[in-house]
Design a protein around this ligand. Structure first.
Ligand code: ZDP
Length: 265
């Protein structure tokens, strides 16, 4: 059987996109995602995204498999890529278009702008320990500047869910962190029952943060949209950043705004 695919990237966070509008079931199994995403023996990508028929009134449904075959609830850069892919499938070029996308994190609304950028209403961050989920702190409480022992060192972390779990570490020098060593130790730490994405963040200015990410199920990636949003929320909760920030990732910059008026990112 042959399956058509497209390849997109957002700041170098790259995805295989599949037009799966004919069925509610993804055309490949999670185990196959591992082979497709392999950078030497496959197509190569951080994940695979399926455009499925809409549910609950949404235009489309997004499902995504990480490169290890696990299924995250949401994917910020991925949904930006998906919006462009759909616009192209629908022949909507050089026009503004907004889609309601059903995800495991609820309805998310990407908007393809006239210049070609994609802006996303990522919804409200989830801050309680149970929602993240993490066993750090009390179940209903926010997890801000909590101590955790990882790799023989005590870290002070702030956790935020954007539908998927993120654990932020504010550090002096983000580039000095040995991501490949420390990342997996956070990802698989028993304090995170669903594993976690892990961010190392350096405050350059309150409106400019530098961030490097170890992604759950994908490892080191060049950018993470949900992670950039979670980073700004964590920056505000810890009093380190403004609500409007540039987040610099290895693959480029994202502009993030956490609205005071409606709590949406
Ligand atoms: O939560 C997870 O398991 C992530 N690996 C999902 C992917 C997040 C992504 N990098 C983003 O931009 O939000 C795609």
């Amino acid at each position: 059987m042959s399956i058509a695919f497209s390849k997109y990237q957002g700041l170098g966070n790259d995805f295989i996109l599949i037009d799966n509008r004919h069925s509610d079931t993804p055309v490949i199994e999670p185990e196959e995602a591992v082979i497709w995403c392999d950078r030497h023996f496959g197509i190569g990508a951080d994940g695979i995204i399926f455009v499925l028929p809409g549910q609950q009134g949404a235009d489309y449904t997004m499902r995504i498999f990480n490169s290890d075959g696990s299924e995250p609830e949401m994917c910020g850069n991925g949904i930006r890529c998906m919006a462009k892919f759909i616009a192209e499938l629908e022949g909507k070029v050089d026009t503004e278009v907004t889609y309601q996308i059903h995800t495991l994190a609820g309805i998310i609304t990407p908007e393809v702008m006239i210049k070609g950028d994609v802006q996303v209403d990522m919804g409200e961050p989830r801050l309680s320990a149970t929602e993240i989920p993490t066993s750090l702190g009390m179940i209903d409480d926010q997890v801000v500047n909590q101590s955790i022992e990882v790799d023989g060192k005590t870290w002070s972390v702030t956790c935020v869910s954007m539908g998927n779990p993120h654990c932020m570490n504010f550090v002096e020098d983000a580039n000095a962190i040995e991501l490949a060593t420390i990342g997996p130790k956070f990802e698989h730490h028993p304090a995170f029952p669903q594993r976690t994405n892990t961010e190392f963040v350096q405050v350059i200015r309150p409106d400019y943060l530098r961030m490097r990410v170890w992604e759950r199920g994908a490892g080191i990636t060049l950018a993470c949209g949900t992670g950039a949003c979670a980073t700004v929320v964590a920056g505000v909760l810890t009093g380190k950043s403004d609500r409007s920030c540039t987040v610099e990732l290895p693959g480029g910059c994202l502009q993030i705004h956490w609205s005071l008026a409606d709590n949406r990112v």
